[in-house]
Design a protein around this ligand. Structure first.
Ligand SMILES: Cc1cc2nc3c(=O)[nH]c(=O)nc-3n(C[C@H](O)[C@H](O)[C@H](O)COP(=O)(O)O)c2cc1C
Length: 662
C-alpha cells in the first residue's frame, strides 16, 4: 500500500504481537458510564462504532468486570459466560469497522475520587488512599492468585468473544500501581518488599494471561512513569520496573507510561492547556530507549495529527494512544488521513469529560454535543422538512453551534454579532492563561457555518427592527449574560473602577494593563475556570492577589482533577486564599481597606492595601429582546447563557439540540 501523503508514519500499518493494525492510532481506555447493569447500552455501541469507523486502528475499552472485586454495574460482565453475547456485540461493532479491540484489566484498589470512602476496597497494604483516605483490606496471597486466575480466564473469554488483546492498567495509581509503589505496598510476603516482589502480582498476571490466550493476542501494559508522589515511583524506579518487565519481553507486546497517581498528582493524568503540549514525550523516549525492541506507545495531550506523526518519526514511540481527542472527534484519524486535518474538531483539554463520568453520570464533551448519539458519524444531519429563515442574535458558542447545525440541515441562517469577532465570552476566556485551546471551539464552528452558507452580520447591534427585517420564521436569542451586581455592593456605590466585575477586569487585561501597586481582591462567587485564569493573569499586574469566598473550598464548580491543577497554580503564583468570608464593609475601600466577615460567626478581618475589588458573581441572562420579539408574533427560542447562564458544555449542547430540532 502506498504511503499516506499527509502523515506517512501515522498511517503506516503495524504488526503488534501478530495482530495487524491498519495505522498507528489507538483509542486509549476511557470510562464512559454507558454500561448499565453490566450490559452495553446503545450509546456504548454507538460510541465504539463511531471511533472504529472514524479510523482508529484499535480501541482499548474501559475496565471490564472479571474479578469478584470489579463487579461494578458500570462494567461489562466477563466473570462468567452470562455476559458473553454482550462482549461479542461490543467486539463486533468495532471489528466490523476494521478495528481491533483490547479489553482493559483494571482495579482501582484503594483509589477513589468520588465522594466518600470505598468500603469494599482491596489493596496491597492497609494504608490510606491519598485522596479519599480509604483504607483497603490487604489482599492475602491466596486472593491475589485467585484474582490472577480470574483475569486470565476473563482474557480467554474476551479472546473467544473477538477481542484481539488486553491492556493491563498498571499506572494511574490503580491496584497494580499500588503494588509497585513502596508508598502503598509495605507487605512482608512475596508480593512486597524488594521491587522484584512488588512486581510479582503484575508479572504473574502477564504470564497467566499469556498461558491462557493463544497468540495472536496482544498483552499491552500501561505503566507508571513519574507518579509525582514523594516516596512513590520516580523515573528511576520506572526504569527499574521496565528492566524487570523486559525479561518477560516475549510475553509483552506493547507498553506505554502515564503520569500521576491517586494523590495530589492526579491531575498529571490529564495534562491541560496550562502546561506544554504532549509534556511526557521526552521521558517516554528515554524510557523506551533502553528497550527499543518492545513496541511502545506515546500518550498524553497529543491533540493534533502533526504532533502524533512527529512522535513516531523521531522514534519516541511506534504508536500513539489518543484519549480525549477521540472523544471530541471520532473521525480524527480519517480526517487526518484524507488531508482534512483542518476539519478536525479539536479536544480543548478542558477535562469536562473526566468530570462528566464522575459527576454527571455518563461521558460528555464540551466540544462534541453529539457524543455517542446514533448519528455522531457520519456527520450528515437529516435535512429539515421545510427550509426556514433562522435569525440568530449573538455570536458566542451556543449561537455558532446552532448556526452551523441549522445551516447543515438546509435552513437559511443569519447571525448578528455585536462584536467584530465571534466567540463571545469563550473568546475572552481564550485570552486568559490556559484558555488558548478554547479558540478552536469557535474557530471550528465558524468554519463549519461558513462552509454551510451562514450569513454573518458582525459588528452590528441587532435591534427588534433589524431582526424582524430579516423576516425570520424562528429567532434564536443567544445574547449571552452579564455579571449580576453582588448583594454586598451598596446600591449607591459610585467608584465603579474600584469594584469591576470579573469580565470587566478581564477585558481590561486583554487591552494591556499597566502594573498596579497594591492588592487585587477577587470575591469568588463563581468557582469556575475563568475566575482562576483571571486571578493568575492579575498576579502579573498587581503586587498581590487575594481570592475570598464564603464557601468551604475554592474551585467548587470544577472537577477534582482540574481543581488540583488550579490550586497548584494559584499557590505557585503566591495568590492567597481566604474561605468562609464575604465583604462586610466597603466604607474604607478608597483608603485601601476592605472588611471581611466570617459567614459563620461574624468575626471581622481587615484586608489592607486593596487597590481593586473584583466581583466574580453570578450572571444574569441578557434577555431584553425576548418579549418584544414575541410580541411581534415571532417564535423566539433563547439558547446558551441567554436561556440560563451555564457552562460551555451546556452552550454547545443547547445550540446543537435546538437547531437539530427546528
Ligand atoms: C473521561 C476519561 C476516562 C478515562 N478512563 C480511563 C480508564 O478507565 N482506564 C485508563 O487506564 N485510563 C483512563 N483514562 C486515561 C486515558 O486513557 C489517557 O491516559 C488520558 O486521557 C491521557 O490521554 P489523552 O491526553 O490523549 O486524553 C481516562 C481519561 C478520561 C479523560
Amino acid at each position: 500500500m502506498p504511503d499516506n501523503p499527509f502523515f506517512p508514519k501515522l498511517f503506516a500499518p503495524i504488526d503488534i504481537g501478530g495482530v495487524s493494525l491498519r495505522n498507528r492510532i489507538i483509542h486509549a481506555a476511557i470510562v464512559t458510564q454507558y454500561v448499565a447493569n453490566h450490559a452495553p447500552t446503545d450509546r456504548l455501541l454507538n460510541y465504539y462504532r463511531a471511533r472504529a469507523s472514524g479510523g482508529a486502528a484499535a480501541i482499548v475499552t474501559e475496565p471490564i468486570a472479571m474479578t469478584e472485586f470489579s463487579r461494578l454495574p458500570s462494567r461489562l460482565r466477563c466473570w462468567d459466560d452470562e455476559g458473553f453475547d454482550d462482549l461479542c456485540r461490543v467486539a463486533a461493532v468495532i471489528n466490523d469497522q476494521g478495528a481491533h479491540v483490547l479489553g482493559q484489566i483494571q482495579d482501582s484498589g484503594r483509589g477513589r475520587h468520588a465522594v466518600g470512602r470505598n468500603d469494599h476496597a482491596v489493596g496491597a497494604s492497609a494504608l490510606p488512599d491519598d485522596l479519599s483516605w480509604t483504607v483497603p483490606a490487604a489482599l492475602s496471597g491466596g486472593r491475589i492468585r485467585q484474582m490472577i486466575d480470574d483475569w486470565a480466564n476473563g482474557a480467554r473469554r474476551l479472546q473467544r468473544a473477538g477481542f484481539s488483546g488486553v491492556e493491563i492498567s498498571a499506572g494511574h495509581g490503580h491496584l497494580f500501581h499500588q503494588f509497585l509503589s513502596p508508598w502503598s505496598n509495605q507487605r512482608l510476603d512475596e508480593y512486597g518488599g524488594a521491587l522484584q516482589n512488588r512486581m510479582r502480582f503484575l508479572t504473574e498476571l502477564i504470564s497467566a494471561i499469556r498461558s491462557a490466550c493463544e497468540r495472536p493476542f496482544i498483552i499491552a501494559l500501561k505503566l507508571p512513569g513519574d507518579d509525582g508522589v514523594p516516596s512513590g515511583i520516580d523515573l528511576e524506579m520506572a526504569s527499574a520496573i521496565n528492566a524487570i518487565l523486559a525479561k518477560q519481553a516475549g510475553d509483552i507486546d506493547l507498553w506505554t507510561w502515564v503520569w500521576g497517581a491517586h494523590a495530589r498528582s492526579l491531575y498529571h493524568h490529564l495534562p491541560d492547556a496550562h502546561g506544554p503540549r504532549h509534556p511526557y514525550l521526552e521521558q517516554i523516549r528515554a524510557l523506551r530507549s533502553q528497550h527499543p525492541d518492545i513496541t511502545t506507545g506515546a500518550i498524553g495531550y497529543l491533540t493534533d495529527p502533526g504532533e502524533c506523526e512527529a512522535a513516531l518519526v523521531d522514534g519516541t514511540a511506534d504508536v500513539v494512544f489518543l484519549g480525549r481527542p477521540l472523544i471530541t472527534d471520532p473521525q480524527f484519524p480519517e480526517k487526518a488521513a484524507s488531508g482534512n486535518a483542518n476539519a478536525i474538531r479539536y479536544c480543548v483539554s478542558c477535562n469536562s469529560c473526566w468530570r462528566s463520568i464522575i459527576e454527571a453520570g455518563s461521558l460528555a464533551c464540551d466540544n462534541n454535543p453529539k457524543l455517542a448519539e446514533s448519528d455522531e458519524v457520519p456527520l450528515g444531519l437529516p435535512k429539515a422538512t421545510r427550509q426556514k429563515n433562522i435569525v440568530i442574535v449573538g455570536s458566542g458558542v451556543a449561537a455558532l453551534e446552532a448556526a452551523h447545525t441549522a445551516a447543515e440541515r438546509g435552513h437559511r441562517v443569519v447571525v448578528f454579532g455585536r462584536s467584530d469577532a465571534v466567540g463571545g465570552k469563550t473568546r475572552l476566556h481564550a485570552d486568559m492563561p490556559g484558555g488558548e485551546n478554547l479558540s478552536s471551539v469557535y474557530d471550528y464552528q465558524l468554519l463549519a457555518a461558513q462552509q454551510h452558507g451562514v450569513k454573518f452580520l458582525l459588528g452590528q447591534d441587532a435591534s427588534v427592527d433589524t431582526v424582524l427585517a430579516c423576516n425570520p420564521d424562528v429567532v434564536l436569542l443567544a445574547t449571552g449574560s452579564r455579571s449580576a451586581r453582588p448583594n454586598w455592593l451598596p446600591k449607591d456605590w459610585e467608584a465603579q473602577d474600584l469594584v469591576p466585575s470579573l469580565r470587566e477586569i478581564a477585558q481590561q487585561l486583554t487591552l494591556g494593563m499597566p502594573h498596579v501597586s497594591g492588592r487585587a481582591v477577587v470575591v469568588d462567587q463563581d468557582h469556575t475556570e475563568m475566575t482562576y485564569a483571571v486571578a493568575l493573569r492579575l498576579s502579573q499586574h498587581f503586587d498581590e492577589v487575594t481570592l475570598v469566598t464564603s464557601r468551604e473550598r475554592f474551585a467548587h464548580d470544577m472537577s477534582l482533577i482540574n481543581r488540583q491543577g488550579t490550586l497548584q497554580r494559584l499557590f505557585d503564583a503566591h495568590i492567597s486564599l481566604i474561605n468562609h468570608v464575604e465583604p462586610a464593609s466597603l466604607e474604607r475601600l478608597e483608603d485601601g481597606v476592605l472588611l471581611l466577615k466570617n459567614v459563620y460567626n461574624g468575626d471581622m478581618t481587615e484586608l489592607t492595601d486593596v487597590a481593586c475589588l473584583i466581583h466574580a458573581s453570578n450572571r444574569v441572562p441578557n434577555s431584553e429582546m425576548l418579549d418584544p420579539l414575541r410580541s411581534a408574533g415571532v417564535e423566539v427560542i433563547p439558547i446558551g447563557d441567554c436561556r440560563a447562564p451555564r457552562s460551555l458544555m451546556a452552550a454547545t449542547r443547547d445550540g446543537y439540540a435546538v437547531a437539530a430540532a427546528i
